[in-house]
Design a protein around this ligand. Structure first.
Ligand SMILES: [Zn+2]
Length: 142
């Protein structure tokens, strides 16, 4: 997995901007008291993770898509591997899989949503940030 690709940030739960800093308060999504809690900004590059209030509500769309994909995969696997299974066995596997993976899907949906809108910029400041800093420095009296 190459640094700079969105998959790198998603799989490793790292900052979408620099791919080095942590994204979540706790990397383990099964630590339920902090599941899905984000840091305010990256501890490495310092860029903010929430561009606007309510930004991560959109992650629900990603979460829904992931849940549908998981349910479909589990159901098809049951039909292929155990064709004579009663419907309650299919339902148990699908619902059990969904409940077991829910914390991971929740975290995954947030980092995937963030990666849809944030791009890799490396650790250093962006050109806009450098320009703003230069303007600030030029505006100050010597
Ligand atoms: Zn970062």
């Amino acid at each position: 997995m190459k640094k700079g690709s969105k998959a790198y940030s998603i799989i490793r739960f790292t900052c979408p901007h620099c791919h080095e800093g942590e994204f979540f308060v706790n990397r383990n999504p099964y630590h339920l008291s902090t599941a899905g809690d984000l840091l305010d900004k990256c501890p490495v590059c310092g860029r903010r993770y929430t561009p606007e209030p309510g930004f991560y509500y959109g992650g629900m769309y990603v979460s829904y898509a992931l849940a549908v994909a998981l349910c479909t995969t589990l159901y098809v696997a049951m039909v292929v591997l155990w064709p004579a299974a009663p419907i309650w066995a299919d339902a148990t596997v699908v619902i059990g899989g969904l409940v077991a993976l829910a914390p991971w899907l929740y975290a995954l949906s947030k980092i995937m949503w963030a990666n849809l809108f944030m791009t890799y910029k490396g650790v250093g400041p962006t050109e806009a940030e450098q320009r703003k800093a230069a303007e600030r420095a030029a505006g100050q009296p010597a």
